[in-house]
Structure formats: structure tokens, C-alpha cells
Design a protein around this ligand. Structure first.
Ligand code: C2E
Ligand code: SIN
Ligand code: SIN
Ligand code: FE
Ligand code: FE
Length: 385
């Protein structure tokens, strides 16, 4: 039956963002309406937010609590059913003006959490035949009850996931804190490069995302390297370089046998990100496919960023020189497939570089796992480490 199907479909999705889209689409179909919007309360800002389709993309729109139909429902906890929105004094055309949509009939019910607290508002717009009736309202209330518990779970899950990702990122910051001027920058750049390259070699979205989140830990082992080596302004002596190379082993020891999938991935990256495709790298002189693909990807991202940046021991290269070097090392230091992805996605990589370099004083970590649970004013949730 309809409700069972509804529950089954939305139960699969744990990401709040996709869950909302899924719920809206199902409810729209079930109630034969032209649109369905889910508004959620951002108590901190005293606003309701929703995601709307605009052109090819999506945008987060916000309205003050209390304003408009949705605002009224959120505030009073009462349902509203109106035939002609433009004749109702509670309606504001804020959203219609932005989306170019024309609202006629509106049915809106509150979304209530387990404790009866209003979490948001469910709205269906423009019933395809006639106006919404009492039966529709009863139905929407039931759907709202089912959806609310999933939204509550997804919100909790999202918060957990966000704090987990933030913690990982901050561990990585600790490791790079001593040897770099703008620690956050290198990490964000190489992390995003890694994500771009991973999808460039054909990895699925989730796999590429995992690599993006695990990549910042590649040099975590540097915390065990003394300042006299790590911060040496000039060239390292051979013995110093030997010690420096051990950051790969230290890193993998720190992450070894983790339970978390992301940390195990990070361990594979830490141990192998200085292996070279031709077998001349360290610490194990692995060759070709014996080097995990994630490490072959991060290696290109890391070296590209190291070359393009200033370090205590070297100046920054021109981006075009760094690019030429990467491509020239295909089959030597680097996996030719990854180099091909590097070449074909180069525009995207340099856009990341520009964007990160333009970034003002970074709020460390806050951009890592930016989820729309509380998106920035008028902005799209952005995927950005
Ligand atoms: P890092 O600064 O993050 O550099 C990562 C990798 O980028 C290096 O791995 C190397 O493959 C590449 N790379 C960086 N700068 C250059 C460069 O000027 N020319 C070329 N061809 N490649 C470059 P590598 O060499 O295994 O070094 C690992 C880490 O050891 C470096 O991480 C850095 O922290 C440290 N290190 C390496 N050489 C020196 C040095 O001469 N002085 C100091 N103080 N540290 C060094
Ligand atoms: C809504 O549909 O509730 C928001 C539009 C408005 O009334 O301003
Ligand atoms: C993700 O967390 O997997 C993507 C990041 C985002 O959507 O903000
Ligand atoms: Fe390294
Ligand atoms: Fe690095």
C-alpha cells in the first residue's frame, strides 16, 4: 500500500539533503499536486529554510519564522488549506518572485517531532484537479508524521557525521600545523584535488567523497618528525631525509587497524602516498597496481599542491610549470591514468586552486562538511573541504 511504500522508500536515505528531495517528490505524487516543499526550522536563526529547484540547480531559500503561509503554520502548529493563495493575507509572494512560480492552492501542515515540537512545514501546491480537500489534509498529516521521524533521524545522523568529519580534518591540521604557513589551505586544496582526480579516473561519487575526506590525513605521521628536520629552511641532509621519509610509516601506525572505513582508507593513503609508479618511491618501493589507487591519486594531488605552494624549503612554482611536471612524470612518479585525469580535469583543478587562494582568513574546518542542516544565508550547500 501507499504508506508502506512511502516509508520504505524514504527509509533508505540517511542523508538529510537527499531525503528531503525524495519526500517532496513522493508526497507530490501521492497528493497529485504540482509541487511539494519541505520547510525546516533553523531555530538558531529563527528562520525556515527550503530547497527549491532553480533552472538546472537548486537553491536554499529562507524565510523568517512567522512570515508567509509556511511561517504561519510553523508558528501556530495549525494546518492551512487555501484555494487561492494570492487572495490570502498570510501569503507573501517572496518565493514565487524568486522561482517565477505561481502558487494557487496551498495545503500546509506542520511537521512534528517525537516530542510534539514543530520541526518544519510540509506544503503541497497547486492540486492538479480542483482544490485540496479534507481527505488530502488527513493524508498529508499522516505523511508528515512518517516523514518527521525520518527527518529527525537524518538530522541526528548528519550532525554525527559532520562532527566526525570535522574531527578528522582537525587531526590533519594538527599534523601540518608546524611546517606550513597556511595549514588549512594546503589541506583543503589537496583534498579537493584528490576528489576531482578520483572522479576523473571513474570512481563513483561516494568513493571519490571518501578519498576527499581521507586525503587530508596523508601526512599525519609528520607529527612525529622533529622540528629540526621538519622546519629546516634549506635542503635536508641524507640522514634527515631518511627520518623524514618515516612520516609515511608513522602515519600508518597511527591509523592502523582503525574500525572506521574512512580511517582505514586514510591509513592506506598515509603509507603509500610517496610510492612512485615506477617502483622508485618509499617506504616499500611498490610498483604500479601494487600501490593502492587511492594513494596514486593523492600522490598527484599532494605533489601538484606542494609545487604550486611555498614551503619552508622552497618557493612556489608557476602553476603551468607544476602542470608540465606532473604530466611529464606520467609512468615515472605517477600513474598515467591519474595523469590523464589530471590533464582532462585541469580546468576544474585550477578553479579549485583559485577559489582556495582567494579565500579570506579561513575558518578552519568549518567548510569541511558543510551540510544544509543549517546552510549559510542564501547559499547552496557546498561540497567543500
Ligand atoms: P611536502 O613539502 O608536502 O612535499 C611533498 C612532495 O612534493 C615531495 O615529497 C616531492 O615529491 C614533491 N616536491 C615538493 N617540492 C618539490 C620540489 O621543489 N621539486 C620536486 N621535484 N618535487 C617537490 P618528498 O620529496 O618525499 O618530501 C616529503 C616531505 O619531506 C615534504 O613534504 C617535506 O615536508 C619534506 N622535505 C622534502 N625535501 C625537503 C627539504 O629539502 N627541506 C625540508 N625542510 N623538508 C623537505
Ligand atoms: C509559503 O508558501 O509558505 C511561502 C510563501 C509565502 O507565503 O511567502
Ligand atoms: C558529502 O558530505 O558527502 C558531500 C558534502 C556536502 O554535500 O556538503
Ligand atoms: Fe607526505
Ligand atoms: Fe602534503
Amino acid at each position: 500500500m501507499l504508506l508502506a511504500r512511502f516509508g520504505r522508500i524514504i527509509a533508505v536515505e540517511t542523508r538529510l539533503d537527499s531525503l528531503l528531495t525524495l519526500i517532496a517528490e513522493e508526497v507530490r505524487r501521492i497528493l497529485d499536486a504540482d509541487r511539494c516543499s519541505v520547510f525546516l526550522i533553523d531555530a538558531y536563526k529563527g528562520e525556515l529554510w527550503t530547497k527549491v529547484a532553480l533552472g538546472i540547480g537548486e537553491k536554499i531559500l529562507r524565510i523568517p519564522l512567522g512570515r508567509g503561509i509556511a511561517g504561519f503554520v510553523a508558528k501556530t502548529g495549525n494546518a492551512i488549506n487555501i484555494r487561492d493563495a494570492y487572495r490570502d493575507s498570510r501569503f507573501h509572494q517572496d518565493l514565487d518572485r524568486i522561482t517565477g512560480y505561481q502558487t494557487k492552492s496551498v495545503l500546509a501542515v506542520p511537521l512534528k517531532g517525537r516530542d510534539g515540537k514543530v520541526l518544519g512545514v510540509f506544503e503541497v501546491l497547486n492540486k492538479n484537479k480542483g482544490a485540496f480537500n479534507e481527505e488530502d489534509e488527513g493524508f498529508l498529516r499522516i505523511l508528515a508524521t512518517i516523514a518527521a521521524s525520518f527527518i529527525e533521524n537524518a538530522t541526528l545522523y548528519e550532525e554525527l557525521r559532520r562532527s566526525y568529519l570535522e574531527t578528522i580534518y582537525r587531526m590533519a591540521l594538527v599534523a601540518e600545523f608546524r611546517d606550513q604557513e597556511d595549514t588549512g589551505k594546503h589541506l583543503r586544496r589537496m583534498s579537493r584535488f584528490s576528489g576531482v582526480l578520483a572522479s576523473g579516473v571513474g570512481m563513483a561519487y561516494q568513493e571519490a567523497e571518501d578519498i576527499r575526506y581521507a586525503a587530508p590525513l596523508h601526512d599525519i605521521g609528520k607529527v612525529a618528525i622533529p622540528d629540526s628536520i621538519l622546519r629546516k629552511p634549506g635542503k635536508l641532509e641524507p640522514a634527515e631525509y631518511e627520518e623524514m621519509k618515516r612520516h609515511t610509516i608513522y602515519g600508518s601506525q597511527m591509523l592502523a587497524r582503525a574500525e572506521s572505513r574512512l580511517l582505514r582508507l586514510a591509513a592506506r593513503i598515509a603509507i603509500a602516498h610517496h610510492e612512485n609508479f615506477d617502483g622508485t618511491g618509499y617506504p616499500h618501493r611498490l610498483k604500479g597496481d601494487l600501490i593502492p589507487l587511492e594513494a596514486r591519486i593523492v600522490s598527484v594531488a599532494d605533489v601538484f599542491d606542494a609545487l604550486a605552494s611555498e614551503r619552508v624549503y622552497k618557493g612556489a612554482w608557476k602553476v603551468s610549470d607544476a602542470k608540465a611536471y606532473i604530466l611529464e612524470q606520467a609512468g615515472k612518479l605517477f600513474d598515467p591514468d591519474v595523469c590523464r585525469a589530471f590533464d582532462s580535469r585541469f580546468d576544474e583543478l585550477s578553479a579549485v586552486l583559485d577559489e582556495e587562494n582567494r579565500r579570506a582568513v579561513p575558518e578552519e574546518g568549518s567548510n569541511l562538511a558543510h551540510h544544509p542542516a543549517s546552510p549559510a544565508q542564501g547559499q547552496q550547500p557546498q561540497a567543500g573541504v
